[in-house]
Design a protein around this ligand. Structure first.
Ligand SMILES: Nc1nc2c(ncn2[C@@H]2O[C@H](COP(=O)(O)OP(=O)(O)OP(=O)(O)O)[C@@H](O)[C@H]2O)c(=O)[nH]1
Ligand SMILES: [Mg+2]
Length: 221
């Protein structure tokens, strides 16, 4: 029926090794990722790095307006969709970007048509704040005034700074704490942003102040 494969697109960005690929896979285990092994360990771990993109598909569904509802992979929703008959459901494309600064051109392609942004920062790695600021500036420059949430990621680590401290590092008003490895934490963070994205779309420009608690528009910075 419809040609567009999704209702909203969420762009996931942030510096090198901030946890973007992990986060997208937590939300959708069927995510397609283009990556390669790291050439040297990063903070003691020999992981992978994204060289093109992560492409995940999730569905956000809720019974009554204002409900947090449920977030699940598109595959899981397909399987159980009879259960959600009569609920409001949105198909979401989750598009992760490469964090290495020299992949800027790829990031610019990946963010096209985004309706919202999740900017992940490793709260235990203050050394990456310069790169985080550069990526935040590049994102705002290209996407303008769309809802954007800054996430102080890896809150499960003992050395993670609190979200308020990460907000200060970046000079932003608000940062939301997340553990991208954890499905509850990752889903909550995504739903918070989707509430703003979906609400913002159906509302006039005088958006309600409650929405600003979890996300701010780039123009306000
Ligand atoms: N403790 C902890 N580690 C995490 C979390 N999320 C990711 N990591 C680790 O952080 C490292 C980088 O994770 P990735 O998901 O590959 O990060 P990325 O942002 O996609 O990295 P690039 O593609 O190189 O930009 C890996 O060693 C992950 O295991 C988290 O929530 N908690
Ligand atoms: Mg990655």
């Amino acid at each position: 029926m419809e040609l567009k494969p999704y209702d909203y697109k969420i762009y996931v960005t942030g510096p090198f090794q901030s946890g973007k690929t992990t986060f997208v896979h937590t939300l959708d285990p069927n995510t397609i990722s283009v990556e390669r092994p790291l050439s040297e360990p990063h903070r003691g771990e020999m992981g992978t790095t994204t060289t093109a993109f992560d492409l995940g598909r999730v569905v956000w569904t809720y019974k009554n307006p204002g409900d947090l509802g449920l977030l699940m992979s598109a595959k899981e929703f397909e399987k159980d969709k009879d259960q959600y008959e009569g609920w409001t459901s949105y198909r979401i494309e989750v598009r992760g970007a490469p964090g290495q600064l020299h992949f800027r051109t790829i990031r610019e392609v990946m963010m096209v048509n985004a309706n919202g942004v999740m900017m992940l920062v490793d709260a235990s790695d203050p050394g990456k704040i310069g790169e985080a600021c550069a990526i935040l500036a590049e994102t705002k420059d290209k996407l303008g005034t769309i809802p954007l949430t800054v996430l102080a990621n890896k809150q499960d680590r003992q050395d993670a700074a609190a979200p308020g401290a990460v907000a200060e590092w970046l000079g932003v008003e608000y940062c939301y704490g997340m553990t991208g490895k954890d499905v509850v934490s990752a889903s909550e963070a995504m739903i918070q942003l989707l509430q703003v994205v979906v609400g913002a779309k159906s509302q006039s420009s005088e958006s309600s102040s409650t929405l600003d608690v979890v996300a701010y528009t780039a123009q306000e910075e």
